[in-house]
Design a protein around this ligand. Structure first.
Ligand code: 9MR
Length: 371
């Protein structure tokens, strides 16, 4: 069993407990999506218990408050394409159908990512690294198969995820090692050829950092100069109480928009716990210590107040730039679902999302709804 499945199983346990017991009523008549109106889409990531219809409490929240969804895990390459010639679309199909059946805008996440990419993708039958030609052919086959399957059902794809690091250089991934920078334009080209109508995005974390910001701007410009389609830059909003600086984040939003693409806040949450690592790279973990888990029972009011104020400030920033922002998506429905409970320190209790463990909206969300 993979570590991710073990962690996910514990989330599912919490979900089942919640489903069995208190399926708390939501007090407000109006949903968050009604309050946001047509400023931008307001979305959430779904795990497989949600898109599979098991976590009914979360589903109620999704239908009432959100109008867009993205798959937290089930469309990643290791899930849909675990072996050469073997595809498994069981969970991905359920996710996409959930979106279509409920009239939600569906985003595909993600086509090309160094992480959660099965080892076979880069190896030949003798276990040697494949040639650039073979990797291109595999990328094309993967992208074409997945994008074609959901044609007309998905509004846009995170085509390439997390390819640039903080200093502005390219991440030394297998894709980069074998194909160099060229793997990015190729991925966009293959996706567009598979579905000329679908939107295409570049998605990354830590986008407030200047080195990464400048490199992403350069990369987007170069895609456009080649005549390739790119509709938006996804700024993953993995935030903490002390990062990112709001001004730096705004500067990046404007820098990306200046290239002629839209901006999406794609993976929004804010950890309320002491910052250990700013990275969202899943392998950057730190061992559990009690001192790193200061609120195992509940979040103190004083901390909750600061957290809500900071979330409200970011939301106001997104509203201020509603002309360039097309979607804001939370990375999970309620606090119990968040990957932050296990990253970067496994086993902490975090309070990172828009709805608490009882599926109640946080104060800043209530304020938006009641405005
Ligand atoms: O939230 C996701 C978590 O459940 C997975 O274990 C992890 C690895 O697949 O990916 C998490 O989502 C990541 C997203 O796909 C890309 N940006 C960073 C997110 C957090 O690691």
């Amino acid at each position: 069993m993979k570590l991710r499945d073990i962690l996910a199983a514990s989330v599912c346990g919490a979900v089942m407990a919640a489903c069995a017991g208190n399926t708390t009523a939501v007090v407000n008549e109006k949903g968050l999506k009604d309050a946001v109106g047509d400023k931008f889409l307001i979305g959430t990531a779904l795990n497989v218990w949600q898109s599979g219809g098991i976590d009914t409490s979360a589903i109620k929240i999704v239908k009432k408050h959100f109008n867009a969804i993205v798959a937290e895990n089930c469309m990643k390459m290791e899930e849909v394409h675990p072996e050469e010639g073997v595809y498994d679309f069981k969970d991905a199909d359920k996710f996409v159908n959930f979106g279509v059946d409920n009239g939600l805008t569906v985003t595909g996440h993600c086509l090309i990512w160094h992480s959660q990419c099965p080892a076979w993708f880069f190896l030949d039958d003798k276990g040697k690294t494949v040639t650039p030609e073979v990797l291109k052919q595999r990328m094309k086959e993967h992208i074409t198969t997945v994008v074609t399957r959901y044609k007309g059902k998905i509004k846009g794809w995170d085509v390439v995820n997390e390819a640039i690091v903080e200093d502005g250089s390219y991440r030394k991934s297998k894709f980069y090692e074998i194909l160099g920078e060229e793997f990015i334009p190729l991925a966009f080209q293959y996706a567009h050829e598979a579905d000329p109508d679908v939107e295409l995005y570049y998605n990354d974390y830590g986008m407030n950092v200047q080195g990464r910001r400048d490199a992403v701007v350069k990369m987007v410009k170069s895609l456009k100069e080649r005549g390739l389609r790119i509709d938006a830059v996804g700024m993953q909003g993995h935030m903490g109480m002390d990062y990112p600086e709001i001004d730096e984040f705004e500067e990046s939003m404007l820098a990306f928009a200046s290239t002629g693409v839209k901006v999406m806040i794609t993976e929004w949450e804010m950890s309320a716990l002491p910052t250990v690592r700013r990275s969202a790279n899943i392998s950057d973990t730190v061992a559990f210590r009690k001192s790193l888990n200061p609120y195992p029972e509940a979040l103190p009011d004083s901390v909750s107040k600061v957290w809500n104020e900071r979330m409200a400030q970011f939301f106001s920033l997104f509203e201020k730039h509603a002309d360039i922002v097309t979607r804001v998506t939370a990375w999970g429905v309620s606090d119990g679902d968040s990957w932050k409970n296990n990253f970067p320190v496994p086993g902490r209790k975090d309070y990172a999302l828009l709805f608490d463990r009882d599926y109640q909206p946080k104060d800043f969300v209530k304020e938006i709804i009641n405005k």
